[in-house]
Design a protein around this ligand. Structure first.
Ligand SMILES: NC(=O)c1ccc[n+]([C@@H]2O[C@H](COP(=O)([O-])OP(=O)(O)OC[C@H]3O[C@@H](n4cnc5c(N)ncnc54)[C@H](O)[C@@H]3O)[C@@H](O)[C@H]2O)c1
Ligand SMILES: O=C(O)C(=O)C[C@@H](O)[C@H](O)[C@H](O)COP(=O)(O)O
Ligand SMILES: [Zn+2]
Length: 373
């Protein structure tokens, strides 16, 4: 495991480490033994991940003498819902979860967000460990403590901040991930370059194709740089009272597209974020805040790796004309958690690598970029 690296998240008494590398899943047992002396873990995972990687997680726990059970849920965004949360809570209580047990979220962002939220509310709070198995969850969702579910009103509207005790990002697990899912995660990697690190964006233009093709060194580097950026922001603004909203670049638009397409397989979260980042740059250009060439460059790189960048790229877009109409999308945005005094908040850019937060965006301009998309 020569290439493994560790990134600390500085959060005082709730500080934790992110281990990144091929094979770090084998540290699960020792990690749980060190952090949870009671020696019991409840693994939450989905059917796809269980078939591929659950045995490896169990073996590590068993080798460390950790008693454990596994709860296997349906895959997909639909599981971030009240019915599946209720099912998961029942299973955790059936297993007589105790406060000193470890919940282990083994899966992508859906499992991490759902299991993290279940851990936050079970018996008023049980600690948990993230073992992210998608690129998206390794670079983003496993770090920072945002947990929750979607509701009929919109994306991530019920949840809690609940930090994990440990994150094990095993990049070898990405080798079983479908290409479309990998690309969706790559959108969140691009986000870190666009929002605050122009050098990283340059690096992605040079190394992104190799990363997508499977280069392990490039994957470790991309996960390391992404979570280092996220850890810095989260340690300064854990509860999103300011700077953390930068991590929402592309999400005001993206979440509206996800809601409009029913939180289903037509549009993955990362795909919505890619379209949303393209629109955030278009909006910045329209408002005279950002040079047009930066918007072109951002869009070109995402399209070049195979990400959707326009509403028309969404599967079955032609049948969704009413749902994807600008007025319908703007209506979804009204539920965004960044709304303040009834006003939408946007993350815009002065250039690649320099994003900022603003409420000063005329709705006509938002409508215009959506019409043009
Ligand atoms: N909490 C946060 O800070 C945060 C950040 C970004 C995104 N998110 C959330 O994350 C979710 C998206 O996460 P995601 O993109 O990981 O999706 P996901 O969890 O649905 O996983 C994608 C698919 O890949 C499968 N899978 C997972 N790992 C695999 C592997 N190693 N091999 C083969 N298949 C595998 C899953 O079963 C699923 O079908 C969204 O709900 C989004 O809102 C949260
Ligand atoms: O960690 C954060 O903060 C983020 O905004 C990361 C986003 O990529 C992620 O999709 C997050 O779940 C969005 O949060 P929300 O508060 O807009 O629901
Ligand atoms: Zn996101």
């Amino acid at each position: 495991m020569a290439d493994a690296v560790t990134v600390p998240v500085s959060l005082g008494e709730r500080a934790y480490d992110i281990h990144i590398g091929a094979g770090v899943i084998d540290r699960l047992g020792a990690g749980v033994r060190d952090l949870f002396p009671r020696g019991r873990a409840l693994i939450v995972t989905d059917e796809h991940v269980a078939a591929l990687h659950l045995d490896r997680a169990r073996a590590s726990l068993a080798a460390a003498g950790i008693a454990h059970e596994a709860i296997v849920l349906p895959p997909g965004e639909g599981s971030k819902s009240f019915p599946v949360l209720e099912r998961l809570m029942s299973r955790l209580l059936d297993h007589r979860i105790e406060r000193r047990d470890a919940v282990v979220a083994l899966g992508g962002g859906v499992i991490g967000d759902l299991a993290g939220f279940a851990a936050a509310i079970a018996k008023r709070g049980v600690d948990f460990v993230q073992v992210p198995t998608t690129l998206l969850s390794q670079v983003d969702s496993s770090v920072g403590g945002k947990t929750g579910i979607n509701t009929a009103h919109g994306k991530n509207l019920v949840g809690a901040f609940h930090q994990p005790r440990l994150v094990l990002a095993d990049i070898a697990l990405l080798e079983t991930l479908p290409k479309r899912e990998l690309l969706a995660g790559y959108a969140e990697v691009v986000k870190y370059g666009l929002l605050g690190d122009a050098d990283f964006f340059d690096w992605l233009e040079a190394h992104g194709p190799a990363l997508v093709a499977g280069d392990r060194t490039a994957r470790i580097e991309a996960v390391r740089r992404s979570v280092t950026a996220k850890a810095g922001i989260v340690s300064r603004d854990e509860r999103e009272t300011g700077e953390r909203a930068l991590l929402n670049l592309g999400h005001t638009f993206g979440h509206a597209f996800e809601a409009a397409t029913g939180f289903g397989p037509r549009l993955l979260h990362g795909e919505g974020v890619a379209i949303g980042m393209r629109l955030a740059f278009d909006l910045s250009v329209r408002l005279g805040l950002c040079p047009g060439q930066d918007a072109v460059r951002a869009r070109r790189h995402m399209a070049a790796v195979g990400l959707p960048v326009a509403a028309a790229d969404i599967e079955g877009a032609a049948d969704l004309a009413a749902e994807l109409a600008p007025a319908a999308l703007i209506e979804h945005m009204a539920q965004d958690k960044k709304v303040k005094d009834g006003k939408l908040t946007f993350i815009l850019a002065r250039r690649i690598g320099d994003a900022f937060i603003t409420q000063d965006v005329p709705i006509e301009a938002v409508d215009a970029v959506l019409q043009a998309a």
